[in-house]
Design a protein around this ligand. Structure first.
Ligand SMILES: Nc1ncnc2c1ncn2[C@@H]1O[C@H](COP(=O)(O)OP(=O)(O)OP(=O)(O)O)[C@@H](O)[C@H]1O
Ligand SMILES: [Mg+2]
Length: 222
């Protein structure tokens, strides 16, 4: 592929470790992989393999302990952390603001960008995830699956260039899971966004164009 005209995130010799009781525990070392805008990617692997940690590094939400994560735009490399505004992140634990309604949680990223009709757009996306009847509910008045769908609407509302989703269908029933997956893949396709999903669902992983397996500190392309 000629990459001069594409935007992609590149991980170069990336390693991550934690110090626990004065002992350094490596999650993974020397990872080299890239994520392209407009393409879909899945990360699979057993619980505790480091998938959520890897997603935080790829998206620039956390710096790696070793190596580099950079974003290439028209052949020029930039620090990934400078591109926060282009990245939508769906956390495994949702991280919704408890004091805000579903509508305000979804409108917030737009308001922070100074966009005027933030609430109309938030309502549109909450409808898309099947929550038009829950606009004024706060997170503690929503089920786990409903909170997950609010988190998804919040990540998609500003049409990010890259979407990172950590177990986006983990709390959903079969029908809602496939609706949410349709939405994520459609977003990737229609907006030319790059999509990275971490999942234990084989069905979801199989829908991605690229699948990475993280296991025993190594990452392999499937
Ligand atoms: N801040 C931290 N300090 C110490 N260890 C940590 C920290 N964060 C994560 N870990 C450890 O790193 C390992 C990988 O965690 P991570 O959440 O990335 O796994 P995962 O592959 O996403 O698992 P799951 O499928 O259960 O979500 C775990 O064993 C966890 O205990
Ligand atoms: Mg995880």
């Amino acid at each position: 592929m000629n990459r001069a005209h594409t935007t992609y995130i590149n991980l170069d010799q990336v390693g991550h470790s934690f110090a626990v009781n004065n002992e350094k525990i490596y999650l993974f070392k020397d990872l080299n992989l890239s994520i392209s805008q407009g393409q879909s990617h899945a990360i699979i692997g057993p619980s505790g393999a480091g998938k959520s940690s890897l997603l935080m590094l790829m998206s620039g939400l956390e710096p790696p302990k070793d190596g580099q994560v950079q974003i290439y735009v028209h052949g020029i490399d930039h620090e990934i952390s400078q591109f926060r505004e282009s990245i939508g992140f769906i956390f495994q634990q949702f991280h919704l603001l408890p004091e805000l309604t579903a509508l305000s949680n979804v409108a917030l990223p737009l308001k922070l960008r100074g966009i005027k009709n933030a609430e109309d757009q938030a309502e549109y996306w909450l409808k898309k995830v099947g929550l038009s009847h829950r606009l004024t509910h706060k997170p503690n008045q929503l089920s786990g699956g409903e909170q997950q769908r609010v988190a998804i609407a919040r990540a998609l509302v500003f049409k990010p260039k890259f979407i990172f989703a950590d177990e986006p269908t983990g709390n959903l029933d079969g029908k809602s899971a496939s609706d949410v997956a349709d939405l994520l893949f459609a977003c990737c396709h229609e907006n030319g966004a790059g999509l990275v999903v971490v999942t234990h669902s084989e069905e979801l992983a199989q829908r991605a164009q690229h699948v990475f397996a993280l296991r025993n500190g190594e990452c392999h392309v499937c």
